[in-house]
Write a protein that binds this ligand. Sequence first.
Ligand SMILES: [Zn+2]
Length: 386
Amino acid sequence: MSITRRKSRYAEQDMATIGTCHLCGQQKLLTYEHLPARSSFNRESVEMFGLDSWLGRAADGSMTGGTEMPGGAGAHTLCYECNSLVTGNHYVGELKRWTTTAMAIIAKELKGDAAGNALHWQMKRVYPSRILKQIVAMLASVNSASLLDHHQPLREFALNPRAMGLPNRYQFYMFLTHPTSTVARYAGLSIRLAPGTWCGTWITDLVWPPFGYVMTIDESQHDQAADIDLRLPILVTDEPYPGEFADPVAGGAFSKTRPMALPTADSVRIPVDVRLADGYRTEGAELAHPTPFSEWTETEIKEVLESLLRTLCVRAGEEYDVSFKWVYGQGAVLSVESGPRTATTDWLPVGLSVVAAFTGHDRVPDKGIAKHHDTMRFNDSPTGGE
Ligand SMILES: [Zn+2]
């Protein structure tokens, strides 16, 4: 995950390297893919920051530890064929048309507090599938190179300029960025545990004025409507987490997408290894919890367990195994398995009294492992939802 901020202009950088192309999946010489395309307001030099820089930012918002990206934000992710012959020749022009039109509208109609939270405009002769394919290519670049190995329909769709249609497990959203937005971002596939739904939603996005591009996978509830006249929500992005958008109009339609607690500099961040039924394994996934480890009780461990079950989307009637191992002085590791799906935390630095409370004992030995087999009983949200 990275954050970008505009800076001064530098000369273009283009150093090719060999690697796995994020779109076609082949080992090739990789070229610099501008994210978004260079012609869509991405030619200026920017500085990119990781999540740690953002969490440690100063009161005035300034950050340290960034990387200079002369010539626009992007990465060496696509081979020449994918970058130039497929996306460059077929899709980028359409993206440019959309972003240019949107930028002009934002400049003209969104001024100060008078701006609303949605906007109507019409474009003639649009090619939605070209935009969609460009979005797939951009999000593939934002994610690990193996993403499309596990989502072949996305790869086939984006690689073929004439392909039509996608399975509806993939949902796409676009929104206009509000002029007050402070953060542009790339967010690789993450799990979002939203109130009101049991299963987490896999979400990845790329936010860069004038648009945010969002894809969800296996989202439990979604609107089937395709508004061809482009009534787009306008959202403020001031958090570097995927799927978090603030509605500039208080009480507006999107304000409930804001969760209760986002990580802060004080949050504990727990590395979690997740493997899904299709073999997809997350890289660098983290679970955030607002309570410092020193104050953890069995309640926090139970919350982590619930998060793991929701991440794996273990539904009512499905069996699962919980394993909890601990070593005095090191802490405990919590692991959930349901069929081919697994989720395992890194070491949680908790003491033996917390281990004892979680496992339902008065005392526990210095090291051990507790196993529990169960069937999911919840039908929907056990937390009550909205
Ligand atoms: Zn390629």
